[in-house]
Design a binder for this molecule. Structure first.
Ligand code: ADP
Ligand code: UDP
Length: 240
């Protein structure tokens, strides 16, 4: 069923699907990278955890009538998705200040954003993913003004649902990054992954960082932290 390799990225491999030109297989790797690939390592089991966590999250969003490219999980490390042409934007939603916004704007970590802040970055490794305003995004991508607005609206809806989902697991959703892609019928759909690699999650009680910052800041054992996130999501979704 899995066809030839289409693309190999930092965290996943993307394969064609034989006889299904509008589908792809995403295969999650064990590699971890940070600071745009400047820090690198490999963690046995990470691909499985991100595949299973992303699958749970997309399944939850589907239940909440929020469609995405996700079709189904195929095995421990692979999932079947709808093929899209990815819009080269990283759409970041922030509920609490952490990471680049603290450095860029001198905002103290943990400051609360109410309402949440949406930021756009240009998905271009050679340029270190620079921040964009709407004018830049409209110039650099093929999205219309109405589509850009709808992307931002969808990102905020995803935020509402993910905040709930993670709260039920005792986790605070600090921020996260989404990607959107265009399907063959020209519509725009949520794509890529939603995992502790792409979200900041803090334990509600202890404030402990339970995401890729464990790797970025060398805070401990990444795999046991990601395993804990999966367990909490499984307990929470099985209890329903
Ligand atoms: P990167 O390219 O940033 O290193 P990954 O290693 O995660 O990232 O590679 C996965 C690639 O697959 C990304 O470029 C992502 O935009 C792309 N992708 C994710 N979902 C889809 C999809 N449904 N259709 C086409 N491409 C996708
Ligand atoms: N993020 C991501 N991929 C990127 C850049 C950021 O998934 O290429 C996520 C990151 O994990 C965090 C959020 O987007 O959850 C905001 O990241 P930020 O801009 O603070 O950058 P960072 O400090 O993480 O590099």
């Amino acid at each position: 069923m899995k066809g030839s390799l289409l693309y190999e990225g930092k965290a996943k491999r993307v394969y064609h699907v034989n006889d299904e030109p509008e589908q792809l297989v995403l295969s999650y790797k064990n590699d971890a990278t940070a600071f745009n690939g400047k820090k690198k390592d490999e963690f046995e089991g990470k691909g499985r955890l991100n595949n299973l966590i992303t699958s749970k999250v997309f399944e939850y969003l589907h239940q909440q009538q929020l469609p995405s490219h996700f079709i189904k999980s195929l095995n421990d490390t692979e999932q079947l998705v709808a093929k899209t042409t990815i819009i080269p934007l990283e759409v970041v939603v922030r509920n609490v200040a952490a990471g680049s916004i603290t450095r860029r704007l001198g905002i103290e970590e943990k400051s609360v954003f109410e309402p949440p802040i949406v930021e756009l970055f240009y998905k271009k490794d050679e340029l270190d993913d620079p921040i964009l305003n709407d004018y830049h995004a409209l110039y650099l991508t093929d999205v219309t003004e109405a589509e850009l607005q709808s992307i931002k609206d969808k990102a905020l809806k995803v935020n509402d649902h993910l905040k709930d989902l993670f709260k039920q697991s005792g986790l605070k959703l600090v921020d996260f990054k989404l990607e959107f892609g265009r399907l063959a019928d020209d519509s725009i759909v949520l794509a890529d992954e939603i995992s502790p690699d792409t979200c900041r999650l803090w334990d509600e009680e202890t404030g402990e960082k339970m995401d890729k910052d464990v790797f970025r800041e060398s805070l401990g054992d990444l795999i046991s932290v990601y395993e804990n996130i999966l367990q909490r999501l499984e307990e929470n979704t099985c209890a329903k």
